[in-house]
Design a protein around this ligand. Structure first.
Ligand code: GLN
Length: 310
């Protein structure tokens, strides 16, 4: 099939925005106090194609915290550094089927294998990155995210402070993994770097740009820079497909049929391999922690552009 034409993309984005802008279901995340203060009505939709063309509609230039979507990019970095086997052996790649901050997931699994796209595995992934200083670990993450976004991103200080003051549960998870020898750096260091990566400010356009590298087999569509090996992109997309929307990842694959990743800031990215990436932002979340409007918009776009991969 030929990819949808320019006007077709614009039309589909406008219609998706109009259809779902008044949906009021769900609620902002509030376990991180600063997230509760974000304007619930914000709604942005962006597409970046594998050729680097950008389409957008709505509040696409408003910055919000990347939250769990960061896990995709830190996983990508760790995989490039340590190889795909290290991720499978030292972290784990099976879906937990449980909420993103589950302790039970660690306790139930005899191998203590977790998943890089939920909190436990994402913090373990930070611990696995090269270097044992904040400068090395955070420096490589910041540089990596900037390469994907093709601009210099910054940490949203209010989110970082709010999340740092309330991340005791994540600390407990990291300590638990450490007690099972499944954590590979100092807990305080990795927890802080993880908290900072979740607080990085992105726009909907930034997220679509970042995800377009995954749609383009690891090469940045704008800069032409090769950021990832194509086989690592495939593996990241596999983990997104099975675990990108936490315990409702199966429903998502069944209904929408695209690798995707959500964050409690209200963003979701979805990747159509070889064609384009979609990013949608709207803060109100369902019970699993996935943006309600973003799920609706991506499902609509996938249907209208006929890109479901299953
Ligand atoms: N920073 C958040 C946390 O650690 C990320 C969770 C998410 O987006 N699901 O809880």
């Amino acid at each position: 099939k030929t990819p949808p034409s320019e006007s077709r993309f614009e039309q589909v984005l406008s219609t998706a925005h109009a259809l779902y802008k008044d949906v009021q279901a769900g609620a902002n995340a509030d376990y991180i106090p600063a997230l509760a203060k974000v304007d619930s009505n914000l709604f942005g939709i962006a597409i970046v194609t594998a050729q680097g063309k950008v389409y957008s509609k709505g509040d696409v230039d408003t910055e919000f915290s990347i939250q769990s979507i960061s896990k995709v990019f830190t996983l990508s970095l760790a995989m490039e550094q340590q190889g795909a086997d290290a991720i499978q052996e030292k972290i784990g790649v099976n879906a937990t089927g449980l909420p993103f901050n589950s302790v039970t997931a660690i306790e139930l699994n005899q191998a203590r294998a977790v998943n890089p796209l939920v909190n436990a595995g994402a913090m373990a992934t930070v611990s696995l990155l090269d270097g044992d200083t904040d400068k090395q670990k955070w420096g490589s993450i910041a540089h990596w995210y900037n390469d994907f976004a093709n601009r210099k991103l910054t940490v949203l200080d209010d989110i970082y402070k709010s999340e740092s003051a309330t991340n005791g549960h994540n600390r407990a998870i990291a300590e638990l993994l450490k007690s099972y020898d499944r954590f590979y750096a100092d807990v305080d260091l990795a927890l802080d770097v993880y908290t900072r990566q979740c607080s990085v400010g992105v726009t909907t356009k930034d997220l679509a740009m970042m995800a377009s590298v995954l749609a383009n087999a690891g090469v940045h569509p704008i800069t032409g820079k090769k950021l990832m090996e194509p086989e690592n992109v495939s593996r990241v997309l596999a983990v997104m497909t099975t675990a990108g929307l936490y315990e409702t990842s199966g429903d998502w694959a069944y209904q929408v049929g695209l690798p995707a990743k959500s964050g409690v800031g209200g963003g979701i990215i979805a990747v159509v391999p070889g064609k384009f990436a979609i990013a949608v932002f709207s803060p109100k979340l369902d019970k699993a922690g996935n943006s309600v409007r973003a799920q609706l918009a991506i499902d609509y776009i996938a249907e209208k552009t006929d890109v479901r991969i299953f």
